[in-house]
Design a binder for this molecule. Structure first.
Ligand SMILES: Nc1ncnc2c1ncn2[C@@H]1O[C@H](COP(=O)(O)OP(=O)(O)OP(=O)(O)O)[C@@H](O)[C@H]1O
Length: 119
């Protein structure tokens, strides 16, 4: 029983990893966010930010990448169920993008709080 339970969970992790790689390989918005994450990681080492600052920075990076990934999923579903122009599809895509906006603003504010005093 445990074998099949653990096997299923491991398989699930495999699909999730595959999804993360698909996002990184195919989605321009995720690639841009990932590039910013790499730059911010170098900045973190350069400015020798504290453990707490690292935690907030890593949390902000994870938040933006996660919401951006969900936004991509929402766009894909919208295009799949209704490939033609429709006001409702536009609304769905706009609010999904709005969710990314909230995450991005949060990350920018965290970045400003960490780095502005160090400049
Ligand atoms: N099928 C549609 N019906 C109505 N409005 C749409 C539709 N597709 C896109 N839009 C509008 O255009 C905006 C941008 O859509 P979308 O993100 O799919 O385009 P894109 O610029 O090609 O994005 P990406 O480059 O991330 O694929 C949406 O937020 C929405 O306002």
């Amino acid at each position: 029983m445990w074998d099949s339970f653990l096997g299923k969970r491991l398989k699930g992790c495999g699909y999730a990893l595959k999804g993360a790689l698909l996002l990184l390989r195919n989605e321009a918005s995720i690639q841009v966010q990932a590039a910013i994450a790499v730059i911010m990681t170098f900045a973190g080492f350069y400015f020798e930010i504290s453990t707490t600052e690292w935690m907030f920075q890593i949390f902000a990076i994870g938040l933006v990448l996660s919401i951006e990934g969900l936004n991509t999923a929402a766009e894909e579903i919208a295009d799949f169920v209704h490939p033609d122009f429709h006001n409702k599809i536009g609304f769905i895509k706009d609010i999904a993008a709005g969710a990314v906006f909230f995450a991005a603003i949060t990350a920018v504010i965290i970045g400003c709080i960490i780095y502005i005093p160090k400049l």
